[in-house]
Ligand binder design. Structure first.
Ligand code: DC
Length: 249
């Protein structure tokens, strides 16, 4: 399932207590990261939330997804906080915007429809970088996104690229959509998955790419537990310069 490659052999490791998990939409990153973070006693930070909050604000104030300046302004001004889950309603974390709980609002299809174009703008990405780097430096943290291992924290102690086939990912999203009572068809969800992949991988600014020293894990047909266990054993093999384990809890 995972290729055995030395952990972070090619870059100097400063952010030893950061685990970067990148990969395409619906590869299972957030669910895996929540369980992994709990097992390691780390925080979870899902960076997609930041782009989703910017998209939500844009919808609310009528900013166009193509208006880079307006979106960058929104990204600079937004007061976003992500905290451990306060409710047992399936959430992996709480997302707060100026004191408002927007955990579910940012998952609405209207937000999903514009978030990829919003995340394409370099000015938006730059505006969201300091917060992400501050979180990495405050570690220990499991950070989830598209460019964590390549751009945000290139010296993360462990980098994982979580992948799954478009059909498998669309099946997962379709099941979630059915659970929400959505009337989307499987064909709709598959088309949306392919569109999002094309935008995330094809954009100029920080495109979705596997870091050269990432461990690639394909989750097709793998249970969540098996994937979490595989990453946990990679993490437990990490060592400090003096030989002590990086993860002790
Ligand atoms: O993981 P997600 O579906 O919540 O991400 C929402 C969007 O944000 C998706 O289009 C990819 C983008 N994104 C990104 O460009 N860089 C990140 N680090 C995280 C998400």
């Amino acid at each position: 399932m995972s290729e055995a490659r030395p952990v972070s052999a090619t870059t100097a490791v400063e952010h030893r207590h950061v685990i970067a998990i990148d990969g395409p939409a619906a590869a299972g990153k957030s669910t895996v990261a929540r369980l992994l973070a709990d097992r390691l006693g780390a925080m979870l930070f899902d960076t997609g939330v930041l782009y989703r909050v910017v998209a939500l604000i844009a919808l609310r104030c009528g900013a166009e997804p193509s208006d880079e300046d307006a979106l960058a302004h929104i990204a600079r001004e937004a007061r976003i906080r992500v905290t451990p889950p306060s409710q047992l309603d399936g959430r992996l974390y709480d997302v707060w915007l100026d004191g408002e709980d927007v955990t579910w609002a940012i998952r609405e299809p209207e937000v999903g429809a514009i978030v990829s174009p919003v995340a394409e703008h370099q000015a938006v990405r730059s505006a969201l970088l300091p917060l992400q780097r501050a979180i990495a430096s405050a570690g220990p943290v499991v950070m989830v996104g598209r460019d964590i291992g390549t751009v945000v924290v290139p010296d993360a102690g462990l980098k994982v690229y979580l992948d799954a086939s478009p059909h498998e990912r669309a099946r997962r999203r379709y099941r979630e959509a059915l659970g929400r009572g959505s009337d989307e068809t499987f064909a709709d969800v598959l088309a949306e998955t392919r569109t999002r992949d094309a935008i995330d991988s094809g954009r100029d600014a920080a495109p979705l790419r596997e870091a050269p020293d990432a461990v690639r894990i394909n989750t097709d047909g793998q249970s969540i537990d098996a994937v979490v266990a595989a990453i946990e054993s990679l993490a437990r093999a990490q060592r400090m310069p003096n030989g002590d384990p990086v993860w002790t809890s």
